[in-house]
Ligand binder design. Structure first.
Ligand SMILES: Nc1nc2c(ncn2[C@@H]2O[C@H](COP(=O)(O)OP(=O)(O)OP(=O)(O)O)[C@@H](O)[C@H]2O)c(=O)[nH]1
Ligand SMILES: [Zn+2]
Length: 359
């Protein structure tokens, strides 16, 4: 696995497709444990959903059992829980085990920081929310988020907001060759909100929200976006009642919009899929990323790179990179054009890993 699997702050190595066992302690006295899904984490208290989708479905507050004290439990984790699991007022259940994770979205504080944090477990895709204008899209940020997702084994959905302000063609052209799915949203009536930008009270165009919702069916999707891109507006449209704070500083408290910085999982109305909002995460340090994990997200590139010299960076200036030969070996002009666009997109995204943060 080549990872710092013994990291006491995580308790896990990277989940292996080959099925390594999580090193949680199996305690027979917990045979009566029930399974919960972690929807929120706040100062040592975990909000769990139990009996998901059943008549008895309930939200339960829990703490970690002592044997898990050095293991991080994060939103998206599937856990075993014992004790009072009624969810009644003033009850507190106990998390005793964490199920093996299918994916782990990580971040480091910056690119040189060796200390990894898990942002969300078991997510299927990263939804990178970017405004087409106000604020201007920054491809460096999109690239970096994509790298983190591919490293984690997650798909990428690029959600371009504020289509009333600028066209999406250029960004589509940059990311679609890589296989990134792109959805575009606009406000209702196709115009900017008339509330002075204070909260998007007119909401989003229903058809564009529906297009996003379709991509979320049956999946756990992590939403990431820079301040002001319209992420909260979108999450509120997708999950009515989510009441994610939008707009400007709260007039009453005078505080910023987000007093909470931890991720929270919100269920889609039809119950089929989860939106994980990450208010505190504005960027993802990538010190933990391994090029080969990113490459593994692209079957054709991964295959072609088997002939690369050891330690190849696969970047444009890499000597004898087999990805260049892959272009040369194109059977016809159309294939060549497609491969060129794909490789250029891949290399740009990959290069962002080592570019300065915020580029
Ligand atoms: N013109 C236009 N404005 C939008 C659109 N969507 C949202 N906005 C506005 O953009 C501003 C920011 O929206 P938010 O949803 O608060 O953005 P956010 O990404 O959650 O930002 P934070 O609250 O800082 O996390 C608000 O004034 C919204 O009304 C859109 O499609 N078009
Ligand atoms: Zn190479």
């Amino acid at each position: 696995m080549g990872r710092r699997g013994g990291d006491e702050h995580e308790g896990f190595g990277r989940p292996s497709k080959r099925g390594s066992r999580p090193r949680t302690k199996q305690r027979p006295e917990h045979a009566d444990a029930v399974v919960g899904f972690v929807t929120g984490v706040d100062r040592g208290r975990y909000t769990l959903l139990l009996d998901e989708g059943l008549a008895d479905e309930r939200s339960v507050l829990a703490m970690k059992a002592r044997e898990l004290s050095r293991t991080r439990v994060v939103v998206g984790d599937r856990v075993d829980v014992v004790g009072d699991t009624t969810g009644d007022k003033d009850t507190l259940a106990r998390v005793v085990r964490i199920a093996e994770r299918t994916s782990v979205l990580r971040r480091t504080a910056d690119d040189t920081d060796p200390y990894e944090r898990i942002v969300v477990a078991n997510a299927d895709q990263l939804v990178i929310v970017t405004a087409l204008a106000q604020p201007e899209p920054r491809t460096g940020m999109i690239d970096r988020a994509a790298i983190a997702a591919y490293d984690a084994g997650m798909d990428v959905l690029l959600c371009l907001t504020k289509a009333d302000l600028a066209p999406a063609d250029e960004l589509r052209g940059l990311y679609e060759p890589l296989g990134v799915q792109v959805v575009v949203t606009s406000p209702a009536d196709g115009g900017a909100s008339d509330d002075g930008g204070a909260g998007g009270s007119r909401g989003l165009d229903a058809a564009s929200v529906e297009r996003v919702r379709e991509k979320l069916q049956g999946r756990v999707s992590v939403f990431l976006g820079h301040s002001g891109v319209g992420k909260s507006t979108l999450v509120n449209a997708l999950v009515p009642g989510a009441r994610r704070a939008t707009g400007h500083v709260n007039d009453v408290t005078g505080r910023g919009r987000h007093t909470s910085t931890s991720a929270v999982a919100l269920r889609l109305p039809d119950g089929d899929g989860w939106v994980v909002d990450t208010p505190g995460v504005r960027s993802l340090g990538l010190a933990h990323v391994e090029v080969d994990h990113v490459l593994a997200a692209f079957d054709d590139l991964h295959d072609a790179a088997q002939d690369c010299p050891r330690g190849c960076t696969h970047l444009t200036d890499a000597p004898d990179c087999a990805l260049d030969e892959w272009i040369e070996a194109s059977p016809d002009a159309d294939t060549r054009a497609t491969r060129e666009a794909r490789l250029a997109s891949f290399r740009r995204v990959l290069a962002s890993r080592t570019a300065s943060v915020g580029a």
